[in-house]
Every structure is written in C-alpha cells, then in structure tokens.
Write a protein that binds this ligand. Structure first.
Ligand code: ZN
Length: 140
C-alpha cells in the first residue's frame, strides 16, 4: 500500500494551486487585450491607442497628427501590424508621420507579416475579416 506523508500532500496541493494561478493569469491577460488597432483592426491592444480614440468602426482616420486629433497616445505597439501609437505617427519621434492607411497598405503589400513573436497569429486568421470587424475600409 502506498503511504503518503503530510509533505507529499503539501506538494500536491502546491502543484494544484500553481496550475490554478497560471490558468487565471492567462485568462486575465487575455481579457485585458481587448482594444482594436486602428491601423490593422487587430483586437489585441491592452489599452485605448489614444485618449479619444476608442472603439470601431474606425473608417478612414485620415492623416496624422493623430495626437493632436485624438489626444495622448498609449505608446503601445500593435502585436499584429507593429504600428506604435505616438511614435509612427509622430514626425519628431520617428522621423516620419505615417498614416494608418499608408502603414496598412504597406503592411498588406508585404504579406501581413505578424509583428509579435510572443503573441502568435490566431489560427484561421484572415486580414479581411479583421479589417471588417474593426470597420476599416479594405482598399486592396
Ligand atoms: Zn495593428
């Protein structure tokens, strides 16, 4: 008969607690990634990209400066297209002020390369579905 002392039970409980904690943390992280990227439409931003630019449909947001029009940027980079709010649209920071439409066009022309290695592209992902979910005109 297998006998288990108190220390073995403690180890089992510890393992279960750790597993539960890891699952909760993953769910928590996933639920935080809920804001849409106004450039590519990916719903994977941890916060609103600009103070006054929140939910889709985005439509055509025109040319920068987005900071002047939409307020303080998050400085977050999109995991999908790589656009960084407050950098890519800021001439003084990046040396060029790229519009969402122009960045999106180049990103699509280059094959929609997924930017972030640690947040992999979802299975069955389609750029056209992503754009339409965010209300972004699909110009290509
Ligand atoms: Zn994006």
């Amino acid at each position: 008969m297998l006998q288990r002392g108190p220390s073995q039970y403690n180890n089992l409980y510890k393992l279960n607690d750790t597993e539960t904690e890891m699952t909760l943390n993953h769910q928590e992280q996933t639920s935080k990634l809920r804001f849409y990227c106004p450039c590519c439409g990916y719903r994977g931003l941890g916060q609103s990209p600009y103070e006054r630019l929140h939910d889709p449909p985005f439509g055509d947001l025109g040319e920068p400066s987005y900071i002047e029009r939409f307020g303080y940027p998050s400085h977050e980079g999109c995991h999908c297209c790589g656009y960084q709010f407050g950098y890519d649209d800021d001439l003084s920071a990046s040396g060029s002020a790229k519009s969402f439409a122009e960045s999106r066009r180049r990103w699509i022309e280059k094959g929609c390369r997924w930017f972030c290695g640690t947040d992999p592209r979802p299975e069955n992902w389609k750029v056209s579905d992503q754009l339409s979910a965010a209300g972004i005109p699909d110009e290509i």
